[in-house]
Design a protein around this ligand. Structure first.
Ligand code: SF4
Ligand code: SF4
Length: 294
């Protein structure tokens, strides 16, 4: 399993205090993704020019001349990189970092078990990403956690593998599933997703859910902040039996530097950040059509 980060003492990824495991790779391509480092299924090298001290050590050890440090600047030629790790290991400033570490389910469990004392009655592990439900070893990891008395939760885009999604829903105490847009054409254009497949996956997870779950709906002003989207959310919500409600997540534009550090274009845009009035309007409308907003 390719893991980008294990974040301890998380309080925003499910009930109680949790250890959030971020998996690398997602089949969708949302331009608003605030974790762009988890989009690619490959290990990536992150370079942060803001903390580079221009010492030239990376240039000296790179076998492919990927780093050019001269005249007070540092150019990184990403396409030439063979991911040998020489520069990462020698950089004194921490400006270079590999994203993505191969871990077995047993290795992840070991990390999670070291936090068990902090979980209390509600906490545990949350699988997130990226899209965790395309990692083929997720069922094994969840079974290991279950056997060890660790409560499991996951966060999914809805675009997981249907078999893994079904199994995960049946083994977890809680989960969050996204609804990104109710307009099929817009959804396809902005994320690459097929709305009927996402909806089918939500219903499948609802059918096999061990416990309850919540929908998360990201709101981008001028992109999906309209009644067509809200009506779709309402229709899906009312068709489910185990969903406790819909959480509205306002888009934020704070991920631009993360994009640039891994060689992606900065797609962040402040124009899409919804103000308090837009959020309230969405909440009022959703409630008016029978949606529980949490
Ligand atoms: S990982 Fe290796 S090939 Fe890539 S930039 Fe660093 S030293 Fe060069
Ligand atoms: S080794 Fe690190 S600090 Fe030195 S030039 Fe390379 S990236 Fe910058």
């Amino acid at each position: 399993m390719l893991v980008t980060k294990i974040q301890r003492f998380s309080t925003h990824d499910g009930p109680g205090i949790r250890t959030a495991v971020f998996f690398k790779g997602c089949p969708l391509s949302c331009f608003w993704c605030h974790n762009p480092e988890n989009k690619s299924f490959d290990r990536e090298l992150s370079f942060d020019p803001k903390i580079c001290v221009m010492c030239g050590a990376c240039e000296a050890v790179c076998p492919n001349a990927c780093h050019i440090v001269k005249n007070g600047g540092h150019e990184y030629l990403r396409s030439l990189c063979i991911k040998c790790g020489n520069c990462v290991n020698i950089c004194p400033a921490g400006a270079l970092e590999f994203l993505g570490k191969e871990m077995t389910p047993a290795e992840i469990l070991k990390e999670v078990l070291s936090d068990k004392a902090f979980y209390g009655n509600e906490g545990g592990i949350t699988l997130t990403g990226g899209e965790p439900l395309v990692q083929k070893d997720v069922p094994q990891l969840l079974e290991l956690c279950d056997e060890s008395g660790i409560s499991c939760c996951f966060e999914t885009s809805g675009a997981g593998d249907p078999d893994i999604s079904k199994t995960a829903a049946s083994l977890c105490d809680f989960f969050f599933v996204d609804i990104k847009d109710g307009n099929p054409d817009r959804l396809l254009k902005n994320t690459g997703a097929d709305i009927s497949q996402l909806d089918a996956n939500i219903r499948l997870m609802d059918k096999y859910a061990r416990n309850k779950f919540a929908i998360r709906a990201i709101l981008l002003k001028g992109v999906n902040s309209d009644k067509e989207n809200y009506d779709h959310i309402g229709g899906v919500f009312k068709s489910l039996k185990n969903c406790i409600g819909v959480e509205l997540l306002p888009y934020h534009a704070l991920y631009g530097n993360k994009c640039l550090r891994i060689g992606l274009s900065d797609t962040s845009c402040k124009d899409f950040v919804p103000d308090a009035d837009a959020l309230k309007e969405a909440e009022v409308y959703l409630k008016s059509i029978g949606v529980v907003v949490i």
